[in-house]
Design a binder for this molecule. Structure first.
Ligand code: PEP
Length: 242
């Protein structure tokens, strides 16, 4: 995987014309690296058609590949469509949709088995940071989600402190760096070698200082990825650190 890796998570945003305008604009620019974009499921075919150099991913998937699971999306169906990756365990899935560690583990294993790259998201709440349990919370989420993991080159970890997602509050480079170092140690102990991305209110103005930290291999970007201009600026700054 070529680093740094910048992934846009559009969440439940954009209509057809906005998707078209985003890719038209991105495709008209000289890209410093490969953009990764996760639109809503319904826009995956359009995004795949217009993707240019980008890799296209889902924001979630089920762990079953077929059956009576009304409203769910199968990892194999995503792969069949040409999708490259999926997020698993985003904090909004954990908190709003009550997805448990065990459920997320099944999704991670199925998505990898289907041939998708998995971006597995972890991160602590504000209360957990304040009571000093950040590293143990993140380690537990890694233990749970990565149970029975096969050897793979298709795993990416995204560290996203919940208190920094969509709030405008960014972890300081030191806070991000400390947790990334702890995650890197955890992965090394398990003989896993995969990129660790930071997520949480990343924008053009804070990209350079975060991406300059050792062990920060890229960013998972929510709000700022909706604008092609901001997303391009982030991509550009991440690839052209002074
Ligand atoms: C995210 O949704 O993963 C995220 C980090 O959002 P934001 O950049 O808006 O904080």
């Amino acid at each position: 995987m070529k680093l740094p890796l910048i992934i846009g998570n559009w969440k439940m945003n954009h209509l057809t014309e906005e998707v078209k305008a985003f890719f038209s604009d991105l495709n008209s620019r000289p890209l410093p690296g490969t953009p990764w974009i996760a639109p809503q499921f319904i826009h995956l075919p359009l995004a795949l058609e217009m993707k240019g150099e980008a890799k296209i991913g889902a924001q979630n998937c089920h762990f079953q590949n077929s059956g009576a699971f009304t409203g769910e999306i199968a990892p194999q169906a995503l792969k069949d469509l040409g999708v490259d990756f999926t997020l698993i365990g985003h904090s909004e899935r954990r908190s709003l949709f009550k997805e448990s560690g065990d459920f997320l583990n099944q999704k991670v294993l199925s998505a990898l088995a289907a041939g998708l790259t998995v971006v597995y998201c972890v991160g602590e709440s504000l209360g957990e940071r304040e009571n000093g349990t950040t590293n143990s919370v993140v380690e537990r989420q890694l233990d749970e989600g990565l149970k029975n993991l096969p050897a793979t080159e298709k795993l990416i970890i995204a560290y996203e402190p919940v208190w920094a997602i969509g709030t405008g509050k960014t972890a300081t480079p030191q806070q991000a760096q400390d947790t990334h170092t702890s995650i890197a140690k955890y992965l090394k102990n398990r003989d896993l070698d995969c990129p660790i991305l930071y997520g949480g209110s990343v924008k053009p103005s804070n990209t350079a200082e975060l991406m300059a930290c050792p062990n920060i291999d890229g960013a998972l970007v929510g709000g700022a990825s909706l604008s092609s201009e901001d997303f391009y600026q982030i991509l550009d700054k991440a690839h052209n650190l002074d």
